[in-house]
Design a protein around this ligand. Structure first.
Ligand code: SF4
Ligand code: SF4
Length: 334
């Protein structure tokens, strides 16, 4: 099997959820320009064919189902159609934060499933009680569960929580899953016994041919917008991550096609991404990221770097990867 390479596009910054401690930081109606997106897809096809890698295209936001092309009012369906037209072998992953029953959005989602082969599309749900301050959370969870289970054999939920809402989050998910006959075991004990572990806790739930995968971890108070006392401390020190060890395996484009090396939620987005003008092609982007990752890996290895927590490690990494070695003066003071 060919190696996988993931290209994630934040297709819109627009989002209706207004979470405390949002990692997006702007939530404005800024959408990816279609022509730039198409050009990038052509370049991705050239790169993946030349390197014989299997392309995965991720669409995220903001809320990706709120993406609108300002010129012709087309929506996410057109972008997905363009991906498969240009890169027929692509696997498409979409991450939504969901909605309560809504005829337009329900229709957008259903029409994707009607047009795309089942094995090439997976939609996952980011769910938590920060979204809309928890208003409508139960209805939204059940609505999205019924939509996604109707079309997918495997549904992935990302769940985050803080000290204030951890119990309520678990109660709500348990009740939601019970409505669909899923047994919900293990995760309550795990989360409540180790609520602050920053590593994802994955639990799998099966019901006949359907599977639900829940990935739960404590919320990250990215820019200290929320009351820090409400958030769990990240008390686990950490060193090199999988991407630094083995990457580059991914590129992350924002709406203006500026580039980050990684799409982890701990990436420090206060540090500006690299502008698209700095690169000639996708191949050039991958080579630049590889060059920086090799030097970063060496730095971790030579200096046996460890950080107090994941937030600090990723802030250091983001600075190094976005600005290069020059202005990272003394990583050990992090
Ligand atoms: S769902 Fe995501 S993008 Fe939307 S407000 Fe919440 S964290 Fe921000
Ligand atoms: S930002 Fe964090 S997760 Fe991403 S490559 Fe850097 S250290 Fe790893």
């Amino acid at each position: 099997m060919n190696k996988l390479f993931t290209f994630v596009f934040r297709i819109t910054a627009l989002c209706d959820k207004a979470c405390e401690a949002c990692c997006n930081g702007q939530q404005k109606a800024i959408h990816i320009p279609t022509q730039l997106f198409l050009k990038k897809l052509d370049d991705i096809r050239l790169f993946t064919e030349a390197k014989k890698v299997q392309p995965i295209i991720g669409l995220t936001g903001g809320e990706p189902f709120l993406y609108v092309d300002p010129r012709n009012r087309s929506h996410i369906g057109l972008l997905v159609h363009c991906i498969l037209e240009r890169i027929p072998s692509a696997e498409i992953l979409i991450r939504t934060s969901g909605w309560e029953a809504h005829p337009i959005l329900d229709d957008r989602l259903a029409s994707l499933f009607n047009k795309i082969p089942k094995n090439q599309l997976n939609i996952s749900l980011g769910f938590n009680l920060f979204q809309k301050k928890g208003i409508g959370a139960s209805k939204r969870f059940k609505h999205m569960l019924s939509l996604l289970l109707a079309h997918q054999d495997r549904v992935i939920f990302d769940v985050i929580y803080n000290r204030l809402n951890v119990e309520k989050t678990i109660d709500l998910i348990e009740a939601g899953l019970a409505d669909f006959n899923f047994q919900y075991q293990g995760i309550r004990t795990h989360i409540l016994s180790q609520p602050s572990t920053p590593h994802r806790f994955t639990s799998r739930h099966r019901e006949k041919a359907k599977q639900i995968i829940i990935e739960a971890y404590p919320a990250y108070n990215a820019y200290q917008q929320g009351n820090q006392a409400h958030f769990f401390d990240e008390n686990v020190s950490c060193g090199v991550c999988h991407e630094i060890k083995t990457g580059p395996t991914q590129l992350f484009y924002r709406e203006d096609l500026s580039l980050y090396h990684c799409n982890d939620p701990f990436l420090d987005s206060r540090i500006s991404p690299i502008e698209k003008e700095r690169f000639l092609s996708v191949s050039d982007e991958v080579n630049a990221m590889r060059d920086r990752l090799v030097r970063l890996r060496q730095l971790f290895f030579d200096q046996q770097l460890t950080f107090k927590n994941k937030q600090m490690r990723c802030a250091f990494c983001t600075r190094f990867m976005m600005r290069g070695r020059a202005d990272v003066i003394n990583p050990l003071t992090e």
